[in-house]
Each structure stands twice: as C-alpha cells, then as structure tokens.
Design a protein around this ligand. Structure first.
Ligand code: NAI
Ligand code: MG
Length: 497
C-alpha cells in the first residue's frame, strides 16, 4: 500500500519489514519469516512484520530473565523507575499523532477516538503507575506474641512477565499491561495481536528513548497459536497476563497449569447489561447507550450489548436510539470526519454478519443496520445494528459478538430485571440509569459485574480497578489492585524475644 507522505507516522511505516524488539535490539525472527498486517478500511497490506515464533519467544524470555536477575531494573532506586515511566507517558503524548495514525490504520478505529481517548489514557496509565513505583509498601503484622515475633511484609516483583494483548485498543492494552508490571520492578515480554502489531513496536522505540534498560521490555509480534502459546507455556515465565476471548483465556490457564503454574490474570469477554429505568434521564441514557455499545465499532469487552429498557419507556428509547444509530457516519478511521470505522478484519466482519443472520433467524426484530454499507466495499464495514424485542435466551443475547450489534430487551419490574441481567456466563460491567438513589445502589449491589456504572457508562480511569466476575476473567487490572498482580508478598518473621 502506498503510504501517504503527509502522515506523521510515514517514516515509521517506511522502515519495513518491522523487526522484533529483544534485549534492547531490533532483530529479525529466527525463521526469517514475516507476516502482513492489514488496513481494514481498504483490505490492503499496511506493513510486513517479522513473525515471532517459539525460538523468538525463548530469546525474549532469556533477555527478560537476564535483565531481571542482573538487578538493572528491580534494584534501581524506585524514584528512577518512576522517572523513566513518567517519561514514557510524556513521549506517548509527544508522539500522539503517530500513535493515533498507526492504530487507526492498523485497527480501523476513528482517529479522533485515538486522540481523545486511547492516547491520553495510555500516557495517563504510565504516569499513574510511575507514582506507584515509590509506594510499594508492605505492612507490619501484629503477631499473637508481639514481644516474641516481629512480622513484616515486603512486596517483591514476580519476575519475568508475559503479556498477550488483543487488537481492539492496541496501544492502550499495552499500556494497561506494561505500566504496572514495570512499576513493580518486573521485566516484560509483550506479544501484541497479529491483527495490530505496530503500535507495540512504536512503544518499544519510546522505551529506548526513555532509557529503560535493555531486556526490561521486549516485544515479539506473532500468532496466538505459536508465539502466544509458547509464552503461556514457557517454563521460565513467572506470570502471564492476557486480554482476549474467554475461549483463549481458558487455554492460557491450562498452559500455565501444565507448565510451571505461573501466575495468571485474565481479562476476557463480556455481554454487559446497560439498564434504563423509566425514571432515568432518557436523553442522556440513550446517547450513552449508543456510545456504550457502538464505540470502537462495538469491539469492546465492556460493550453494553444488552440494552434493558423498562416497558413504559421502551418504544420511545428505541426510537431515539435508532435515530442516532442511523445518523452514524461510516468511513476509514484515518478520516477525521469518520464516526465509525471498519471492523478489524475480514474474519471479524464475517463473524458479526453471521450473528446478524442468527438474530434474524432467532426471531429478533431488526430495527437498524444489519448489512454492509454501500460504497465501502473493499473495507470490512458493517452498519451499526439494533435488534429489538430480544429474548434473553437467544444467542445474540448470550454470546459476545464483539461488533456493532445491540440487543434491546424490555423488562417490567426491578426483580424481573435483576434475574435477566445476571443471566449470562459473563460479568464484566453493567450500567444502571435511574434517578432513584436507593434503586441505583440496590441494583448495583445485585448485579454480578466487576464494574457498575450509575448514570454513566464505560468511564475508565487508571486509578479504578478493571476486571470481571464469572467467565469474564481472573484478577483486577488498573488502580492499586493491579499491584497484587505484579508483586509477590513476602512475610518476614523475626524472633526478637
Ligand atoms: P483472541 O482471544 O484469539 O486473541 C487475543 C490475543 O490472544 C491475541 O494476541 C492472540 O494472538 C492471542 N492468542 C490467540 N490464541 C492463543 C493461544 N492459543 N495461546 C496464546 N495466545 C493466543 O481473539 P480474536 O481471535 O482476535 O477474536 C475473537 C473473539 O474474541 C472476538 O470476536 C471477541 O469476541 C473476543 N475478544 C475479546 C476481547 C476482549 O477484550 N474481551 C479482545 C479480543 C477478542
Ligand atoms: Mg491490521
């Protein structure tokens, strides 16, 4: 594909094939193989990338182990680690345009969303965890025999951390994983998604510029079944962190158990309920319901893909929502006028179109979208789609579609609602819209979800925890909770009697 000269990221894209980043050096894959990453708005090749496989993961893990054991990172004064991580945040901000253009081209997402959300959130995440590097305190325990035994705890890095991330927020997912791991003194091997490997490599350039020591941060792009599987099964990786499908999450847990029982954290799928009671501010609830499901082309683990609306405001809410949906401007993400881009890949587009025909066959009422838009034939576009009168047992109400498809479900009472809202294998987030403060808290308590938004949706902050109940995952990322994922607690007991 011809790279537009006026793009700030043009010079990065021109150096092809992109290499792996291992031990502070840019290297080819051991096999010499490369793979292509695609611009989903055109279906054309965006870049060729060195294809990491077992041998490359092994090299990267060895580099990360060497850096860990040498102490260049974990024994650095915490304020030095903090300074470098803060610098990473600064450099992400400085190169905001490049990151925005890169993920927009590689993933398809609207560039304005990159500039307003993904990039600032990624920089903020590095800064937030820079602050924690100097605050990894332990505690003293009051023992049963205080005059005899003194007990105190230390938080130590887990060691070499493998991180496997998805394609939906390529830079931001890297930031959420890498920042807390490095703040806690670990070394990292990052495997980005084969669909969107580029921004992780630009992040590696930044790590070099921030003078993060060699081997502390390594990036090995490659496929899940090869490079990803090796990282999860590697005997010398102490912890694996994964975001992606529940199906692959289970494989990761198995691989960890069957190898060295490495620590595992999983951020998996969702089928989140967004709930509108009739006493809510309907205008705000409706526009938020739109963004809560269709932002990022609906490719969000936290998508509010089940919209529950109380009977007496159901028709009105659905009409308003349909109007917003139908006005959405589709186009290539790199065009600043675009409100919704293509899906990430042909595979994802076909999956979503498949679910749309499942919904129709199941008897749900299609009220908007449901097809490929006209005039955008070469890209992987699907029009934003709304199904009404969905029954909670239908596949479109139970399975994660990961695309611009919303299932609207009417409900009568609060009691009826709670049972329906909790009726999936997932439990990532939920939204509640009501002006009744008692009801808001009551429903928030009754929902099985890792985050409940009251009169808002998908508000993300590096300071607040993120993760799921049930099959939405294990552990909590972000906030102080992520420190538990990236440290081991050591209890030191001293005989002082
Ligand atoms: P995926 O779960 O296969 O991919 C996520 C990451 O895992 C990628 O880096 C991939 O290379 C890696 N991976 C795949 N197989 C692996 C294995 N056997 N061992 C180790 N790593 C492996 O997701 P995919 O195929 O891209 O999308 C399929 C569906 O998964 C989506 O339609 C969506 O429903 C769900 N998904 C959910 C995400 C979330 O944030 N909850 C993110 C991405 C996908
Ligand atoms: Mg791509």
């Amino acid at each position: 594909m011809a790279i537009a000269e006026d793009l700030e990221v043009a010079s990065f894209l021109k150096q092809q094939p992109k290499k792996l980043f291992i031990g502070g050096r840019w290297v080819e894959s051991a096999s010499g193989k490369t793979f292509e990453t695609i611009d989903p708005s055109s279906g054309q090749v965006l870049a060729k990338v060195a294809e990491g496989d077992v041998e490359d993961i092994d090299r990267a893990v060895a580099a990360a182990r060497k850096a860990h054991e040498s102490g260049v990172w974990r024994e650095l004064p915490p304020a030095e680690r903090a300074k470098m991580l803060w610098k990473v945040g600064d450099l992400i901000e400085e190169r905001a345009q490049e990151f925005a253009q890169l993920d927009s081209l590689d993933n398809g997402k609207p560039i304005n969303e990159m500039l307003l959300f993904d990039v600032p959130m990624s920089a903020a995440t590095f800064r937030y965890y820079a602050g924690w590097a100097t605050k990894l305190d332990g505690a003293t325990q009051q023992t049963s025999f205080p005059g005899k035994y003194l007990s105190y705890t230390l938080r130590e890095p887990v060691g070499v951390v493998g991180q496997i991330i998805p394609w939906n927020f390529p830079l931001m997912m890297a930031a959420w994983k890498v920042a807390p791991a490095l703040a806690c003194g670990n070394t990292v091997v990052l495997k980005p998604s084969e669909e969107t490997p580029l921004s992780a490599l630009l992040l590696a350039e930044i790590m070099q510029e921030a003078e993060i020591p060699d081997g502390v941060f390594n990036v090995v792009p490659g496929f899940g079944e090869t490079a990803g599987a090796r990282l999860a099964a590697h005997p010398d990786v102490d912890k694996i962190a994964f975001t992606g499908s529940t199906e692959v999450g289970k494989l990761i847990a198995k691989a960890a158990a069957d190898s060295n029982l490495k620590r595992v954290s999983l951020e998996l799928g969702g089928k989140s309920p967004n709930i509108v009671f009739s006493d809510a501010n309907l205008r705000r609830a409706t526009s938020s319901a739109f963004l809560g499901n269709f932002y990022n082309q609906g490719q969000m683990c936290s998508a509010g893909s089940r919209l529950f609306v109380q009977n007496d405001v159901y028709d009105k809410t659905l009409d308003e929502l349909t109007k917003i949906v139908e006005q959405t401007r589709l186009g290539p993400g790199i065009d600043p006028m675009t409100q919704m881009g293509p899906l990430v890949s042909r595979k994802q587009m076909e999956r979503v179109l498949g679910y749309i025909s499942v919904g129709t066959k199941e008897g749900a009422r299609l009220v908007a979208g449901g097809k490929k838009p006209e005039g955008l034939d070469s890209g992987f576009f699907v029009t934003p789609t709304v199904f009404a009168d969905v029954d909670g047992k239908m596949r479109i109400a139970q399975e994660e579609i990961f695309g611009p498809v919303l299932a609207a479900i009417p409900f009568s009472s609060e009691e009826d609602l709670i049972a329906k809202a909790n009726d999936t294998m997932y439990g990532l987030v939920a939204g509640v819209w009501t002006n009744d403060v008692k009801r808001a808290h009551r429903v928030a308590h009754a929902l099985k979800a890792g985050a409940v938004y009251v009169n808002c949706y998908n508000v993300l902050d590096p300071a607040t925890p993120w993760g799921g109940f049930k099959q939405s995952g294990w552990g909590r990322e972000l906030g102080a909770y992520a420190l538990d994922l990236y440290t081991e607690v050591k209890n030191v007991i001293v005989d002082i009697g």
